[in-house]
Design a protein around this ligand. Structure first.
Ligand code: 8BR
Ligand code: GLC
Length: 495
């Protein structure tokens, strides 16, 4: 299909999904909301920070690839790595010192809603999805201010032994402190040098410095957990994120295994007797490989139906699942990387017993769907097209305030390079007899054991910011599918 035909498909898909969104009864979204301190860094600021810390120290630390930020040199090393590769990364820090150092030496431009669950909750409420039940284990007064003023958005609270839903601004814990992450955004083409090496940033992206104070627990009070079944009938699905905050060990002697078990219990409680309940997990950059593996094999596998990830996250997931070569090939930027991405998606679908794996990359999205998914490939393609229009809206406007804003994204042209990048995958699949060139061009392929849906995406030339676009893509596609799902509540048996 040429780009003009894709543009037509985009218009049809967006208009269909816009009409159908009201079919969604409700969505539960947990766990991570935080405040994002946004900083668009400039070349002169990079030079200044390297100057303060010393080139040689930073250079040596780059080689050590710190997986935790313990001091400003770790921070600069990870920032330079992210800028060198043009890749997004999220690195934890466990003390407040880095925040203070950044406040003294950099200062942020603006603060906004952060955290996958926070971003997704606001997005869904702003799109007009009824009944968005957001849950943050650490809901502070300051955090509550960042939630959209929407009657559709509510947070569970326990009152006199009953679960009631209130807007986050009426549900916060006044004793709770806010969690503040730093988002350092950088632009393609930025140049700097360090210890004799010259760097030029290949792609707009960002480094996230994720604060992890001791009071961060991916958890739910026992009383609320007991009453979770009260909301089950008012939701069609759940979007869960933030598991990256689980730690291997806690001061009270508990371990990640306890938190993984609790996370699984919440999913089971949400599903209850309704196996049709859709559960999407939005993956992210997880530095700790033990936690990364546990999330995939113990939370996602068997319990979750849908997984969303970017290309680096696909490589990271494959890596801990024992597919090191495939992981390497996904990120090595060679011509075959799109083929490896597809093969990786199939491995994830099978190994983690999922119904859907949605990979978003700059220029195209790849989605593999199991044959037992209740919706056909055309519905999945529409969901992807809608999500790409949302991404382009988010990239152009910085945030999405209403469903009508999507017209801004729809006006962004399909990315020619992304369309061209798909040719390698087409050749591979045609050569192997998986599909014909015509099937591929259409974006819906029936392969052995799964369906494959591919679209070229819309890419904004000068995005306002890149953080949160992945969340908009995954949540947008997931909710579009919920809107298309046949409604049946297995829990209500006929009289
Ligand atoms: P993560 O937040 O999960 O890394 O996802 C970011 C996604 O944002 C990428 O996969 C890409 O599809 C999308 N994106 C980026 Br980065 N820049 C964009 C742009 N300028 N226009 C549209 N989408 C973009
Ligand atoms: C992660 C980060 C958060 C950011 C979000 C964007 O959840 O912790 O700071 O807003 O990703 O996707």
């Amino acid at each position: 299909m040429d780009i003009a035909d894709w543009e037509k498909r985009y218009t049809e898909a967006v208009s269909n999904v816009q009409e159908q969104l009201l079919n969604v009864q409700g969505v539960f979204v947990a766990y991570n909301s935080n405040v994002d301190a946004m900083k668009h860094i400039r070349e002169d600021e990079i030079k200044k920070l390297i100057g303060i810390l010393g080139c040689e120290r930073v250079h040596e630390r780059i080689a050590l690839y710190p997986r935790e930020i313990k001091d400003p040199v770790d921070l600069m090393a990870r920032l330079i790595i992210a800028m060198r590769d043009g890749k997004a990364a999220e690195v934890p820090t466990y003390s407040n010192d880095i925040h203070e150092w950044l406040m003294d030496n950099l200062v942020f431009d603006s603060a906004r809603m952060g955290g996958q669950a926070g971003i997704i909750s606001n997005l869904l409420a702003n799109l007009g999805v009824k009944n968005v039940i957001t849950y943050v284990p650490w809901l502070s007064r300051e955090q509550a201010e960042y939630f959209a003023d929407s009657p559709y958005l509510r947070h569970p609270v326990m009152e006199n032994g009953k679960l009631v839903l209130k807007h986050p601004k009426e549900a916060f814990d006044p004793q709770q402190k806010p969690k503040i992450n730093w988002i350092i955004e950088f632009l393609r083409g930025m140049k700097f040098s360090c210890a004799g090496e010259e760097y030029e940033v290949p792609r707009d992206n960002r480094l996230i410095v994720s604060s992890r104070p001791d009071w961060i627990h991916i958890d739910m009070a026992a009383e609320m957990y007991e009453h979770l079944s009260d909301i089950r009938e008012s939701i069609d699905g759940a979007i869960l994120a933030g598991y990256q905050m689980i730690k291997e060990e806690y001061q009270d002697g508990s371990t990640y295994k306890d938190y993984v078990q609790r996370a699984v219990n919440v999913i089971q409680r949400l599903k209850g007797c309704n196996p049709q309940m859709r559960i999407h997990v939005e993956f992210t950059s997880i530095q700790n490989k033990v936690i990364r593996k546990a999330i995939l094999t113990d939370i996602v596998k068997k319990h979750v139906t849908s997984l969303g990830l970017d290309t680096v996250e696909v490589a990271n997931a494959l890596n801990v699942l024992g597919y090191e070569e495939l992981a390497y090939s996904v990120i090595n930027k060679g011509e075959n990387s799109i083929v490896s991405l597809y093969e990786g998606a199939v491995r994830l679908l099978r190994e983690l017993e999922l119904q859907r794996v949605h990979i978003h990359s700059l220029g195209y999205y790849i989605c593999v769907v199991s044959k037992d998914h209740p919706l056909d490939a055309d519905a999945h393609r529409q969901a992807l097209l809608f999500s790409s229009a949302l991404a382009a809206t988010q990239a152009s406007l910085g945030s999405i305030k209403s469903l009508d804003d999507v017209s801004a994204g729809l006006a962004v042209p399909v990315y020619g390079q992304g369309h061209d990048d798909l040719i390698e995958l087409e050749r591979y699949l045609v050569r192997r007899g998986v599909c014909t060139a015509e099937d591929f061009e259409d974006g819906c392929i029936s392969a052995d054991g799964h369906d494959l849906i591919i679209i070229p995406s819309k890419v904004v030339k000068e995005p306002v910011a890149t953080v949160g676009i992945g969340d908009a893509i995954s949540a947008g596609a997931f909710v579009a599918l919920l809107a298309k799902m046949p409604k049946m509540n297995i829990c209500r048996m006929p009289e």
